[in-house]
Design a protein. Structure first.
Length: 283
């Protein structure tokens, strides 16, 4: 990484590099992660992967893919001598973008940098239409850099190469998935969105052989952006030195608060969650 005479002034505050798409409407990706991270007293620095008018859950949308411009964009940060306490990645639209993120981590990671990978690959047992077999393999390679990995259960199964099921997970099955993920190089792991009757659970593992299931009563509908909020809280807490299990509990509780207030306001499911209404609760 190139050094700069301005390095000290640029690096006196904690920073997280947020590598994700920008959606102008629909409250997901950078639109939610940036304000959450900022609220938690960490500077968020965005590397856009693409720009959407509104996210892909709407019937139509404008998209400007940013892949070809990302390397030149990142090169300017190298000139500034920027250093990051955290790097977090979200939806990546191509194999080329996964490689760019890999190169970014190699260039900017130092002894104090924590990397949080949210492998946004699919949901409900299926990969997203944009995700090819090659992309899945490259994502497995990216996981080796993850100090914290935050997949949903679909993504965890895809990365682990194990069968998906909608509910009824046993502790033994989850341990097998977690150890497969750890075998890819992931450090701490939280698998979100486990269906357990009237509850939604997160499977948390901080070290080999350890697994805890944290349950929370289900509320409302499934909405866009909740995974981005969850991962943003985990990333900011990691940089701020918060205990991992406590961070997962905090993130799950905040997402629940977001869903509750959104249901009260009768907001369409496509429009994400009204996190602005409850951001003051996040400490």
């Amino acid at each position: 990484m190139l050094e700069s005479v301005f390095e000290m002034s640029h690096n006196n505050q904690k920073k997280i590099a947020i590598i994700n798409d920008i959606s102008g409407f629909g409250r997901c990706s950078v639109a939610v992660s940036l304000p959450v991270i900022s609220h938690m007293k960490v500077q968020g620095c965005v590397v856009p992967t693409s720009v959407f008018s509104n996210h892909t859950g709407f019937p139509s949308f404008f998209c400007d893919d940013y892949t070809d411009r990302m390397p030149a964009y990142i090169e300017e940060w190298k000139k500034l001598g920027l250093r990051f306490e955290g790097i977090t990645s979200g939806f990546l639209g191509s194999a080329a973008q996964i490689e760019i993120v890999t190169d970014f981590i190699r260039a900017f990671r130092d002894e104090r940098t924590k990397v949080v990978i949210d492998p946004v690959m699919g949901e409900n047992g299926r990969a997203y239409p944009t995700y090819t077999a090659d992309m899945c393999e490259r994502m497995k390679h990216l996981v080796q850099f993850a100090d914290i990995l935050t997949p949903n259960v679909t993504e965890a199964c895809m990365l682990a190469g194990l069968p998906y099921k909608g509910s009824g997970w046993t502790g033994g099955e989850l341990r097998r998935i977690v150890e497969r993920l750890r075998g890819l190089g992931a450090g701490k792991i939280v698998i979100s969105g486990l269906e357990t009757g009237h509850y939604v659970s997160n499977a948390v593992s901080e070290r080999p052989g350890e697994l805890k299931i944290l349950r929370q009563k289900r509320v409302g509908k499934v909405r866009s952006g909740t995974g981005d909020i969850f991962s943003a809280i985990i990333a900011a807490d990691c940089v701020n030195g918060v205990d991992f299990e406590q961070s997962v509990k905090k993130a799950a509780a905040f997402v629940k608060d977001c869903i509750l207030v959104t249901e009260e306001m009768d907001i369409p499911e496509t429009d994400g969650v009204c996190f602005e209404e409850v951001l003051y609760k996040l400490k």
